[in-house]
Ligand binder design. Sequence first.
Ligand code: SF4
Length: 393
Amino acid sequence: MNAEKGMTSPEWHGGLYVHVPFCERKCSYCDFYSVENRSLVEDFLSAIEEEIRTSAERGRGMHVDTVYIGGGTPSVLTLPQMRRIVDALRCWHTIDPHAEFTIEVNPGTVTREALSEFRMLGCNRLSIGIQSFDDAELAFLERIHSADEARGCVADARAAGFENLSLDLITALPGQTVEGCVRSLEEAVALQPEHISAYTLIIEEHTPLFDRVKEGRVVPLDDARETQCYETTMAVLERAGFEHYEVSSFARPGRRSRHNSAYWNHTSYFGFGPSAHSFLWKGGDAQARRWANVRSIGAYCERLRVGQSPADQEETLTPDQLFDEAVFLGLRSDGLDMGVLEGLRAEGLTRRQRETLREICEAGLAFRDGERVRLTPKGYVLCDEICARLLVS
Ligand code: SF4
């Protein structure tokens, strides 16, 4: 995470992310870029092969520790289609044989056979989008699967030999009671996954759910109930033996998501596919670069077809931007590493920032843990406000 470390490290480590922009049907709350129309799958595969090929030069020397195929719904692809992507990644990048390799699956789109095939591709971790174990809540979210199918998917994943499963849940749904929230959490825990991501529902603009809220047809939970759901989530999962290591992420010991942790630790990664983001900060380079691909599958395919970059915006991050990101990402996850922060800006922390840290520790929102300052559960609830107080720019 620090410039010096980046410049002197003999090995440059990083991750690869692939965004598969297709879904069987859009969910009401989702603002990820994906389309239901799959007529462009073949064009997308050719384009992504080309993007991966052209990234090889920039990624030369990068040792890949994590691969993540997400979306959208990667599990709508057939095995030969998925294989094309994985083959391209292996052909143009140096992937560690022990890399964490995750594929996101939607319980409504996979069979046990498909999951066994993912294993054959080298996938060793699944992230299963369950969201709720209540069929009425799943219908409200416009998920394509039932709670029973979600349970079946977990059983199928185990039968296919997966020893590392992450289950996604969404809490604080309109009308949800704390008891309802606990029921889904407890059911997830009972399935004994290695990891749970429990997100608080965010009503994103440009989604059907946002429109329904605006029209008064859906009433979101009030702040107090939402906070109660989040506090309950932390309590239930910590009691069940999960380590809370990021705002929404809970892991059994040793089972944190290595890929997501790398994002929060300023590790380099390439993101392939429409709307995917990349961040590169490689050994020997003082500058960190970030770019985002165009958010349109048609434009993405066309640009790669004619030999253009699919990147829409690219920027070099200033030391202050890197510092702010380290504050934001660190607070949300493994805590602020004071040594790293001071390495990012020559002048180190300002007096105001030191003062703020002292105040949040005294208020019981954070605590010192060696070189780090970590949030307490009370602090996680106020994470955004605390970040805002600590930022430089
Ligand atoms: S399946 Fe996932 S990516 Fe697709 S619309 Fe639903 S939430 Fe979004």
